[in-house]
Design a protein around this ligand. Structure first.
Ligand SMILES: [Zn+2]
Length: 448
């Protein structure tokens, strides 16, 4: 039987970007969007256009140049949000308006202060308005997993009748258990008329570490879209991790007969790029793309690995884009080798940027002989940090929007993500006095 096709909805640039320390400015979001395109995701949620001018500009810029995937913009269930989202999206080759409204009693009572009846009408009206602007409409009943089931079914039916083409079920607070979440998806499929024409989606948060398990349970129960982020970034404990969902299906087709169009070799480059842009490191033991995910230290493991990698590896590093480490970079390595290594790690540099990295690389290689990937990544971050444009802050928003958009964004000092040898202090690297004043002559000197 043909494996079922799962739509990968990436929300790194929206839900992920909302989390503390993960803010990105427009050029950074655009750079990341290009990588998500290379990665082969189906939908890029590019932002929340009404939340800030920066978010609006990012969605518009991404919609203008990223033409293959669907580009989604988030909107609360009200006219100004939906119209603003459409303004940002209207030039996309495949636009999607994503409308959300909380449906749980606790949110209705304390956050929105509306009745269930008002909620139902607002959800229906907002979906109709979105549909009048855009064929592709997604609706999310926020906090669905803590919503009264019968009411949730009414809401889903109302938005489907109003023209929603995807119904996303968010476990907004990461409260659900896998079997329970699967049952919920199945119940919605079975009990809401017309669901066979609509895509059901899962959006899981990781507060109990179950976001990926819940997403896979949803897929097993009939969901055909999953919402996820690179490195699992997102509000609080994060969203379901894209790389884990993709590789679970790829490594275990016997249990999960689903396929995605994700180019798995682009996972590690995407992870590295995000970490470099945000300055938020990936935990070393993070599944799939963590620094230690393919490291084998125990003697018995190393022995097995040397005899046959399959003894301890269920997938190859190459399959997720982790470059092989046989290429040793030292002070005699040329710019070409350095550039190649940077590309393998997910970085493409302009000539002048590479010049700057190369200069710092030579200084470092003189000190520590073998420059390993983690040294190089640190060096790239340091070099970039000096040039980084500060992210667009969330400016003077009404309280509700600021809350939804993740107010209290912080811009912490970038932490060092890798242990470095004692003799190497990245901040101690000599800064080229001419770094800000590239001349043709200098370019020539370094260009050979
Ligand atoms: Zn979320």
């Amino acid at each position: 039987m043909e494996p079922a096709r799962i739509t990968i909805f990436d929300t790194t640039l929206r839900d992920g970007e909302q989390s503390p320390g993960c803010s990105m400015n427009v050029p950074e979001k655009l750079r990341m969007a290009h990588q998500l395109d290379r990665l082969g995701v189906d939908v890029i949620e590019a932002g929340f256009p009404i939340a800030s001018e920066g978010d609006f500009a990012a969605v518009q810029a991404i919609a203008a140049v990223i033409r293959r995937p669907i580009i989604a913009g988030l909107a609360r269930a009200c006219r100004p949000d939906i119209e603003r989202a459409w303004q940002a999206l209207k030039d996309a080759s495949r636009p999607r308006i994503h409308v959300f409204l909380a449906t749980s009693d606790i949110h209705l009572k304390y956050k929105l202060r509306i009745s269930r009846q008002q909620c139902l009408e607002q959800a229906r009206d907002a979906s109709r308005l979105a549909k009048s602007l855009c064929q592709d409409v997604e609706f999310s009943p926020e906090d669905a997993t803590r919503t009264d089931l019968e009411f949730l079914l009414q809401i889903v039916q109302a938005v489907v009748e109003a023209g929603a083409t995807t119904v996303n079920i968010p476990d907004t607070v990461g409260y659900s258990m896998p079997a329970e979440f699967g049952e919920l998806i199945q119940t919605i499929r079975q009990r809401v008329p017309g669901m066979e024409k609509v895509t059901i989606s899962a959006h899981c948060h990781n507060d109990l570490g179950l976001a990926v398990a819940n997403s896979l349970a949803a897929v097993a129960a009939g969901a055909r879209q999953v919402e996820c982020t690179i490195n699992g970034i997102g509000e609080r404990a994060g969203n379901a991790s894209l790389e884990e969902i993709v590789m679970a299906a790829r490594v275990r087709p016997d249990r999960y007969a689903y396929k995605t169009e994700v180019v798995s070799e682009q996972l590690f480059p995407a992870s590295q790029m995000l970490s470099e842009i945000t300055g938020v490191p990936v935990q070393p033991n993070k599944a799939i793309i963590g620094r230690n995910a393919f490291a084998h230290e125990a003697g018995i493991h190393q022995d097995g690995m040397l005899k046959n990698p399959l003894t301890y590896e269920i997938m190859t590093p190459h399959s997720v884009g982790v470059p092989d480490s046989t290429l040793v970079l030292g002070k005699h390595s040329g710019r070409h080798a350095l550039n190649l290594r940077c590309e393998q790690l997910g970085y493409q540099f302009e000539r002048r940027e590479l010049d700057e990295i190369y200069r710092n690389f030579v200084v470092l290689a003189d000190k520590i002989k073998h420059v390993e990937d983690h040294h190089l990544l640190e060096l790239i971050r340091e070099t970039h940090a000096g040039r980084r444009i500060p992210p667009t802050p969330v400016a003077d928003l009404p309280l509700a929007i600021a809350a939804a958009a993740g107010s209290g964004r912080e811009y912490p000092q970038k932490p060092l993500s890798f242990p470095l040898p004692a003799e190497f202090s990245p901040s101690g690297l000599p800064v080229n006095p001419m770094a800000e004043h590239h001349s043709e002559q200098e370019d020539y000197l370094w260009g050979v």
